[in-house]
Every structure is written in C-alpha cells, then in structure tokens.
Design a protein around this ligand. Sequence first.
Ligand code: NAD
Length: 273
Amino acid sequence: NLQDTITLHNGLKMPYVGLGVWQMKDENEAVNAVKSAITAGYRSIDTAAVYENEEAVGRGVKESGVSREELFITSKVWNSDQGYDSTLKAFEASLKRLDMDYLDLYLIHWPVEGKYVDTWKAMEKLYNDGLVKAIGVSNFHQHHLEDLFAAGTVKPMVNQVETHPRLNQDALKAFCKENDIALEAWSPLGQGKLLDESVLKEIGEKHGKSSAQVILRWHLQNGTIIIPKSVHENRIKENADLFDFELSAEEMSKVDGLNKDERFGPDPDNFDF
Ligand code: NAD
C-alpha cells in the first residue's frame, strides 16, 4: 500500500511513494500540496534548498497534524554550497527553514566536479552525528559513485536520478542494486510529457487506470522509489492509487519499449549550474 517501504542498506525504511515539490514556489501552493498529500496517506516529501520551499514544506507538515516521526523528509545540498564546511552550514540552514531537528534523508543534489568528495565527507559527519538518518546522492553516474566508494567510509543509501519509460537507466539501476543503493526516480512521469503515448493509454484502459498510474506502477514493479509532483488534490490522490492493480510481464515489456535513452533534464557529466 501507500505506506510500503524499501529498507535502505543501513536498515532505515523509506516509503516507495513520496510527493516531489520542485517548482512549487508559491508558499500556499506548496503548503496545500504537502497537506493534501499527507491527508491522502503520503508519508514522504522530497524537497531541496534550491526549490526555495523548505519553509512551506515545514508548515505543511505541521498543519497536516501527522507527527514528524511518522514522516520521511528529504532535502538536498545545492551546488553553490558544496565543499565540507559549506555543506555543514547549508544543512543547518535547511533544518532551520524546515523548522525540524533532523532529516530522514539528505542528498548531494548534483556531482559538482572537484567538490563532491569533500561534500560527501560532510554528509558522513552529519550522518555519524545523528542529524540525518540516511545520506545519499542525486544525479550520480557510476563513475561518481565509485569515487565516493574509494574516498568515503559510508556508502550512499540512495541515488536519485532522472528515470522514466523514455530513459530506463538499466545499467545504473543494475550497478546500484549490486551495491545496495536504492534507486529513486526524479521526473518519474517524464514531467508529464509521456502521458499521451498510446501504449500507456491502452494498458491503462484495460485496468481502469490513467497513463500516469501505469507509468508509476511500472516504476514500483521495477523496485524504484517514486516522487511524482502535482499541486492538484485529485492528481495527488491519483498518483498514490497504485496498489489495486498489477502490470503483466507483457505489459511491463510494452512500457519498456518506450525507452530511447533520452533525457528531459541535463546529463550529470555536463551541467553548468
Ligand atoms: P514529474 O515526472 O513528477 O511530472 C510532474 C508533472 O506531470 C506535473 O507538473 C504535471 O504537469 C504532470 N502530472 C503529474 N501528475 C499527473 C497526473 N496524475 N495526470 C496528469 N498529469 C500529471 O516531474 P518533476 O516534478 O520534474 O519530478 C518529480 C520530483 O522529482 C520533483 O518535484 C522533485 O522533487 C524531484 N526532482 C529532482 C531533481 C534532481 O535533480 N534531484 C530534478 C527534477 C525533479
């Protein structure tokens, strides 16, 4: 069900489904989306310092009435804050904006060249000091992960990357699986750009489900954590209503057929922010 969890390699349980809040800059929009999601049964929220809505997430959480311990809150250190000391400071600032005394998961947002290893050492300190229950990365290719394995003492628990039926990330998924790193999909719906694919509509019709639900179910059956974003209460509910149907092996491979190894976002080896 909606509260199903994956056990990270340190034993922490993380919900398979969460709400992504990128591009919710309007304070009330973000507060309301977080409240709607928690009321609908979501227990996980994915934010980041650069989304400029950590205060709103904190408010939404408080106004939801669900206790902090029942929730799983993720944030991320932004590129301009990378490096050892600045990461420690950025973490403190995020906690303050969220008005929380710990995070469940803190991620390095992008692998900033020349900095991400030092950033990782700060993440390890935050973890060892008990300020965050799990640490991980985002937008890391295999070679970035291997750098952390060589230089660090804690293996990332999560890698959050762009993946959806157009970009299956099969090689990276296999590498993460071998290394006990949970794979989390950003833009799990391909930013909404795949919803008109006829194969998704056909499969959806058979199950009485939408294209969005077919994609999200495909992720879950692949063992991928998902954080679909919506500000609309009906879609927030729809994106969590995934546990009363199953895609057959044939349907799974039809969805697999949409892959073109095509990104909607930047390649982590070539980004300039
Ligand atoms: P998404 O794939 O979740 O798509 C969201 C869009 O799809 C919505 O804006 C809406 O237009 C549409 N949509 C959502 N539900 C729908 C439904 N049921 N029916 C029809 N249309 C629907 O895209 P996203 O926001 O890019 O990604 C989700 C989350 O991933 C973000 O909010 C953020 O938390 C995270 N993210 C992380 C990174 C990173 O670098 N780590 C980058 C991008 C996004």
